[in-house]
Design a protein around this ligand. Structure first.
Ligand SMILES: NC(=O)c1ccc[n+]([C@@H]2O[C@H](COP(=O)([O-])OP(=O)(O)OC[C@H]3O[C@@H](n4cnc5c(N)ncnc54)[C@H](OP(=O)(O)O)[C@@H]3O)[C@@H](O)[C@H]2O)c1
Length: 306
């Protein structure tokens, strides 16, 4: 397992993360086994959000574990807040209330990382800063970050927030690459070169913000896995299967390795609840695809290079 020294923190974080959005499909016993297997494989980072399962995922996670102080110390636990039913809410009151709810459901005294889940255009960044200062000084949150934000939104927050925003969680899979597309087709008159994210990939590298790739196996917005989808991604699957055979690994490993190969040092947030897929994914942590393989996969997904 590869570990990332996350810039501006003391965190040594596995580049493979267990995402907890779908864990209510597992029984308490199976979830316990799943988490312990993930840790045996080297995963030390766990991603939650207050809205996953309406709070049930955080509760289920805590119940499945006997969270002794020794075990808690080995884990980096992250959660998110700011999405409410029908709107986004970065008000101080909501952030503070959300974190209290998260801590109580996770049965822990502190979060290693808190992310703001989706941009709230009605936010007052000074209020966010006040909320973060209160959480930090009370020892409830150690580090802060964002999710689904573009560089200007991060700059705006950072103008007020006195702590570095160290993570940005963004959607990225072989079949969903807007943050990469525009940078490869600069100055062209094609759809692929539309810069929808304000060069967030390059910005993150410049500012030492660690990108966390969510939905690494999904096409579209939760439209199911692209692996095995011969109708829409026949060529891609052919190429991935060939490369998987070369390395004697599964297609899952290659899908993960395609993200970890990027020198931006991203983390991959898995959503699987299948132990074999978890183990295969962990094998992608350190498998270094060649430059040729990386670009071949990118093009097989339907992207062009000028
Ligand atoms: N910040 C955000 O806005 C945001 C949004 C969404 C998610 N997230 C985070 O990212 C994590 C991952 O998201 P995700 O669950 O959408 O990602 P994902 O890992 O791309 O998708 C997981 C789902 O795909 C299925 N799957 C994967 N490969 C498959 C294959 N080859 N064949 C059949 N099924 C396959 C899994 O089933 P099995 O369980 O059977 O493997 C599971 O249902 C979440 O847990 C959450 O922590 C963040």
């Amino acid at each position: 397992m590869k570990y990332i020294n996350v810039a501006n923190t003391n965190l040594k974080a596995s580049n493979i993360v267990m995402g907890c959005m779908r864990i209510t499909s597992l029984s308490e016993k199976d979830l316990n086994q799943f988490i312990l297997t993930a840790m045996e494989e080297g995963v030390n980072f766990f991603d939650h959000a207050d809205i996953y399962g309406g709070g049930e995922c955080e509760r289920h996670f805590a119940k499945a574990l006997d969270m002794t102080p020794a075990l808690r110390e080995k884990m980096i636990i992250q959660s998110k807040c700011g999405i409410r039913k029908g709107f986004f809410d970065f008000s101080k009151e909501h952030i503070l209330e959300s974190v209290d709810g998260i801590l109580s459901r996770l049965e822990t005294d502190y979060l290693d990382v808190l992310l703001l889940h989706r941009p709230d255009t009605l936010m007052d960044p000074a209020e966010v800063a006040e909320a973060f200062e209160s959480l930090y000084t009370q020892g409830k949150v150690k580090y802060f970050g964002v999710s689904n934000q573009n560089p200007a939104q991060i700059e705006l927050l950072q103008k007020y927030v006195p702590y570095p925003l160290v993570f940005n969680q963004l959607q990225l899979s072989i079949a969903h690459t807007p943050m990469i597309d525009s940078g490869l087709t600069v100055n062209m008159h094609i759809n692929q070169s539309v810069n929808r994210e304000g060069s967030v990939l390059e910005y993150s590298r410049l500012k030492d913000i660690t990108i966390q790739a969510w939905s690494p196996f999904q096409k579209g917005f939760f439209e199911g896995p692209f692996l095995g989808d011969q109708d829409r991604y026949g060529k891609l699957n052919q190429v991935i299967d060939r490369i998987a055979e070369k390395y004697q690994v599964s297609n899952t490993t290659i899908a993960v390795a395609w993200i970890t190969r990027h020198p931006a040092n991203m983390q991959v947030i898995l959503g699987t609840t299948n132990i074999e897929r978890l183990k295969d994914s962990c094998k992608g942590s350190e498998l270094s695809l060649t430059r040729e393989e990386w670009y071949e996969i990118y093009q097989a997904a339907g992207n062009m290079l000028p």
